[in-house]
Write a protein that binds this ligand. Structure first.
Ligand SMILES: [Ca+2]
Ligand SMILES: [Ca+2]
Length: 380
């Protein structure tokens, strides 16, 4: 490129493209001169060679490779994995800083689905922590939700709705109609009751084909079924009884079910042993269980009939697996039924004691010298 003896001429050598420097382009550039390392890696010279010292999150001889940290699916429970090297997510993803910084481009963050937390979204958030279930209901944690297991007498998502109602005098009753859509469906009534009447009716259910009655006779449960339009004349009938005395003023839960070919009478909860259930095989094939309207009267044999009327409280009434909630008795005939169950109305406290309602129970404040739960014991 240069020639002698043109002394009078000056010259310069352009080495910008060939990797050399100095006046005559005879000195090679240092190895890192060409900036061979990618992704902001440091170039480290060793003699005529170089090595690239990668920032976290990059690899390869020239740090040209973005480590695929999300490749192993480290986030659990359906979380989304976002690598810190994904520049396009900055400014949008709240889990990342606002601006990309190559010095912090290694690793990943997990965006958790609702209900989970933790670095890897491995932790199921305790949705019961806020104690959402009321009235003594117990809480079961679920995914981004909870399930309340309500105490007897309450229902609703948070157990804040009462299912309790009471019959204070003869003739009080509740009457409504139920439509069995599926002819094969079970006839089923489950309820809890509290009474001291020894002989009373709990419910009567009537359809075109059958009459089913649940009552107390001498303090014991009896379910009777009569089939046929003229049931008492030419129909078949069955009676089930349970020996346990239940007219004791405490709550009892009873179920009567008429499945295809079987009649069942069951006492739930406190009852244990073989005396808690009775069953009858109907042994009838010819009856047609048509879809039909059923009339159900709770607390009485029929509207306008006072004999055998129920006096006491009921709660958690289910008809064909549907909970019948007092607040939703819009289409029912309701005769003098009171919501709740005020036990003090039964005058349970003796000897001039004062009765105080405690939820669905009561407490007696005794006059001296009486004592005991109902103030019946005394040191006279
Ligand atoms: Ca990466
Ligand atoms: Ca949870």
């Amino acid at each position: 490129m240069c020639e002698f003896p043109l002394k009078t001429y000056s010259y310069s050598c352009d080495c910008s493209q060939n990797g050399f420097s100095d006046l005559h382009c005879e000195v090679p550039h240092p190895p890192c001169w060409s900036q061979p390392c990618f992704n902001h890696a440091l170039c480290h010279e060793e003699g005529n060679n170089y090595t690239c010292k990668c920032l976290p999150g990059f690899e390869g001889n020239h740090c040209e490779l973005d480590v695929n940290e999300c490749g192993s699916s480290p986030c659990v429970n359906g979380a989304t994995c976002i690598e810190r090297s994904w520049k396009a997510h900055y400014g949008f993803e709240t889990l990342l800083p606002e601006h990309y910084d190559p010095r912090h481009a290694g690793g990943y963050v997990c965006r958790c689905p609702p209900g989970f937390t933790g670095t890897l979204c491995e932790e199921d958030i305790d949705d019961c922590a806020s104690v959402p279930c009321h009235n003594g209901g117990s809480c079961r944690d679920s995914i981004n939700s909870y399930i309340c297991i309500c105490s007897p007498g309450y229902t609703g998502v948070q157990c804040s709705m009462s299912t309790v109602f009471s019959f204070k005098s003869a003739g009080n009753h509740l009457s409504f109609q139920s439509v069995l859509v599926d002819a094969e469906a079970l006839w089923n009534v489950t309820l809890s009751f509290r009474t001291e009447l020894k002989n009373t009716v709990l419910f009567r259910r009537r359809s075109k084909e059958a009459i089913l009655i649940l009552e107390l006779l001498e303090g014991r449960l009896q379910a009777s079924l009569n089939l046929g339009k003229e049931a008492s004349v030419d129909g078949a009938s069955w009676v089930l009884e349970l020996p346990k005395e239940v007219a004791d003023g405490d709550w009892h839960t009873v179920e009567v079910a008429l499945a295809k070919g079987r009649l069942l009478l069951l006492l739930h909860k406190q009852c244990q042993g073989e005396n808690c259930g009775a069953e009858a095989q109907l042994k009838i094939d010819s009856i047609t269980w048509e879809s039909s309207v059923h009339t159900i009267v709770i607390g009485s044999h029929a509207e306008g009939e006072n004999s055998g009327s129920f006096i006491g409280c009921m709660r958690d009434l289910f008809v064909d697996s549907q909970l019948i909630i007092p607040e939703e008795w819009l289409n029912a005939i309701v005769v003098n039924i009171t919501l709740g169950c005020n036990r003090c109305l039964d005058n349970p406290c003796k000897n001039q004691a004062t009765c105080v309602t405690l939820g669905q129970s009561y407490q007696c404040k005794c006059q001296r010298p009486y004592e005991g739960h109902d103030c019946t014991e005394g040191n006279l």
